[in-house]
Design a protein around this ligand. Structure first.
Ligand SMILES: NC(=O)c1ccc[n+]([C@@H]2O[C@H](COP(=O)([O-])OP(=O)(O)OC[C@H]3O[C@@H](n4cnc5c(N)ncnc54)[C@H](O)[C@@H]3O)[C@@H](O)[C@H]2O)c1
Length: 386
């Protein structure tokens, strides 16, 4: 281990899909960033489903497994905590982590509303701790390359853009009625889930939103109640069915402060669409497009023809974002888990250097304000100022 590497004891609250992804990311930091400045050691896991934390602790070599997250936060030897529990717990657990003097890596959307995200942000400022938020798509080296291309004027002035986040994870009518579909535990539906990512990406690439108008719909109004503990997106059948309380679909038209126009669309019940996430940004001299499922590629049109300008595929490589931490040459595809390793490393580095890096709680507040504005627009049936 290099002399500069600082020990960093981390814990995870909520060991479903994202808890596992965070555990794997922490473990891989030392593989991809051998220079440090710290290698996280997972020491404790909390999950309220009996046995779940124990099984995870045995697999990942954590010494402590608890069902009550408060016991974990009370441990003075823990430096940082990942909060990967359902949305309704983000505010309570996130602020408690910060008040206990620990750094916080928390999943998006950070609570049920912008007020929840702001409360966590306030606690981070009050206690001087670092934060990271799970807006992983902006960590893709190709997305960073697109950002640099746009910022450098490589496609001219941005005129209009489209962000599309379509998925089928909730398309099956027997998809279990988990916390995701309930207002009290999930908050927004696809707006908070995929829409929060889209809002963050739109800001990351194009800057602030001035005003917007939005629409939403529920297309699968009832789902079967799960009969046991759930994790991720699973099916349930038999049993009684309950109401879906939040939106399956959202679309919004955004006017950006730059004057550019933007369309944002997200849906969780799109049959035939598996993680179909991406954007296209058009400018006065070109365009750039990205599809998450071809993570390392950018489709770029750049030149001086204006008309009949061809598009070319650019495979990003070392020199774009953190690509070099994974592969030595372009066009070796990276995956979703790699984006979380990058996120973990930025979090770790921010703790050691004291300088925020990557998406932080401020980005969660901004994204949540955009989502709250969409909700207000849907309620009013009118344009709203953000
Ligand atoms: N960044 C991304 O791409 C991404 C992807 C999926 C989910 N998420 C976010 O991650 C969070 C978790 O989502 P998920 O898909 O992992 O959900 P999940 O349902 O798979 O896992 C949630 C876990 O939290 C546990 N839990 C519930 N109440 C708890 C409590 N009081 N104490 C401790 N543990 C508790 C559950 O038992 C479960 O194991 C959500 O906020 C979601 O929006 C982010």
């Amino acid at each position: 281990m290099p002399a500069t590497v600082t020990p960093l004891r981390v814990a995870i609250v909520g060991f479903g899909w994202m808890g596992r992804v965070h555990a794997q990311a922490y473990a891989r930091v030392r593989h991809h960033y051998p220079e440090g400045p710290a290698f996280p050691e997972l020491v404790a896991i909390a999950d309220d489903v009996p046995g779940r934390a124990e099984a995870a602790a045995a697999q990942f070599g954590a010494a402590t497994a608890v069902t009550d997250w408060r016991a974990l936060i009370a441990d003075p030897d823990i430096d940082a905590v990942s909060v990967t529990a359902p949305n309704f717990l983000h505010r309570e657990i996130g602020t408690a982590v910060l008040e206990a003097g620990k750094h916080l890596w928390i999943e998006k959307p950070v609570g049920l509303s912008a007020a929840d995200a702001q409360a966590v942000a306030d606690a981070a400022v009050a206690h001087g701790r670092q934060t990271a938020v799970g807006f992983n798509y902006r960590n893709a080296p190709a997305v960073q390359a697109a950002r640099e291309l746009i910022a450098s004027g490589g496609i001219g002035s941005v005129t209009h853009a489209r962000f599309r986040f379509f998925s089928d994870y909730a398309a099956h009518p027997d998809g279990a009625l988990t916390w995701r579909y309930q207002r009290a535990r999930g908050g927004n539906g696809v707006l908070g889930d995929l829409g929060s990512h889209a809002a963050d990406l739109a800001w990351y690439l194009l800057g602030d939103v001035a005003s917007l108008v939005a629409d939403s719909a529920i297309f699968v109004p009832e789902r079967p109640e799960p009969t046991g503990a759930t994790s991720g997106h699973q099916l349930a059948s038999g049993g009684s069915r309950g109401p879906v309380e939040n939106e399956d679909y959202v679309s919004a038209q955004l006017r950006l402060l730059s004057g550019a126009r933007c369309v944002l669309e997200a849906c969780r019940v799109s049959v035939g669409e598996q993680n179909s996430y991406g954007f296209e940004v058009h400018g006065t001299r070109g365009a750039v497009r990205w599809d998450y499922r071809r993570m390392g590629e950018l489709e770029c049109a750049r030149g001086d023809r204006f008309q009949d300008e061809p598009s070319a595929t650019v495979h990003v490589g070392p020199g774009s974002g953190d690509y070099a931490a994974f592969q030595p040459g372009a066009a070796n595809p990276m995956g979703y888990d790699d984006l979380k390793v990058i996120e973990a490393q930025r979090f770790v580095r921010s703790i050691v250097t004291g300088v925020p890096e990557g998406a932080t709680i401020a980005d969660a507040v901004r994204s949540a304000r955009t989502l709250d504005a969409m909700t207000a627009s849907i309620e009013k049936g009118a344009w709203v100022t953000v």
